[in-house]
Design a binder for this molecule. Sequence first.
Ligand SMILES: NC(=O)c1ccc[n+]([C@@H]2O[C@H](COP(=O)([O-])OP(=O)(O)OC[C@H]3O[C@@H](n4cnc5c(N)ncnc54)[C@H](O)[C@@H]3O)[C@@H](O)[C@H]2O)c1
Length: 297
Amino acid sequence: MKKIGFLGLGHMGGPMAANLVKAGYEVCAFDPAPAAQERARADGATVMTTAREAAVDRDVVITMLPDGKLVLDVYAELLPAAEPGTLFIDCSTIDVADAKAAAAQAEAVGHRPLDAPVSGGVAGATAGTLTFMVGGATADFAEAREVLEVMGGKVVHCGEAGVGQAAKICNNMLLGISMIGLSEALVLGERLGLSHQSFFDVVSTASGQSWALTSYCPVPGPVPASPANHDYQPGFATALMSKDLTLAANALRANGIDGRLGQLAAAIYERFNHTDVGRDFSAIITDIRDRSGEDTE
Ligand SMILES: NC(=O)c1ccc[n+]([C@@H]2O[C@H](COP(=O)([O-])OP(=O)(O)OC[C@H]3O[C@@H](n4cnc5c(N)ncnc54)[C@H](O)[C@@H]3O)[C@@H](O)[C@H]2O)c1
């Protein structure tokens, strides 16, 4: 059984580490937040007093941190402390360039890095049903699979270092764009006298169909489990969508892509995030409604 170090025991990392403990792994964990430490201890992890200690004498070191700068800072501390050949799996959502830099630094000192961002949110982390999008060497992916499958329902090897992060931002850019487009269409339908249910009945089986409509409908009624039915409690918080769209917009620019909708979606969610802290990203429809004046004809 592999010995695991786990750093970053927040909303996502906490339940992910708990699932590894439940599966019988010996988990040495670190997080500077006392509440996160307490929860991890209650879940059965051994809580270390420094990040470095959590990486010593481990087969696998997993990080689940807020951003790329922190991942690079933490790697600078951990990489020299770990046994050469340690499998370093970063599950945070970070810039593709940061993911590649982290992988290069790990490889330079003889470790085996993988970027493995996730989708599925806190519910997926708790249930152990996350989707992992993994970048890195095939042999390292094969070895990591057993550990990732404890925390996830689906584990996909997407390509070389950084390509797991690429899959994550491509998906979320598309989701952000499609939620805005769907919300504009719904508000237009409202203005033209089309009920939400009629809109749903037609579009869900027509060419405008999308996951945003059929699984996450941004108005109450047609999909009873969607956040719109619960005053837009997340779900997937606007702040996280804004973060992912900013990463996507940076990648569009860095790679010379004419990605006007991706850039616009990032700008729309950044502004919305400043005015509407804490709600689900599907609440963007309320913003579109608020910003739409009365009929001009
Ligand atoms: N929350 C979601 O629904 C969700 C879904 C998919 C992906 N993600 C991504 O997962 C990552 C984590 O998200 P989260 O919601 O768990 O964030 P979070 O803020 O709840 O947790 C981050 C944790 O990292 C800890 N931390 C900070 N510095 C540290 C250090 N030096 N060493 C160890 N731990 C440190 C913090 O104390 C905190 O507990 C982010 O990159 C996010 O974009 C989140």
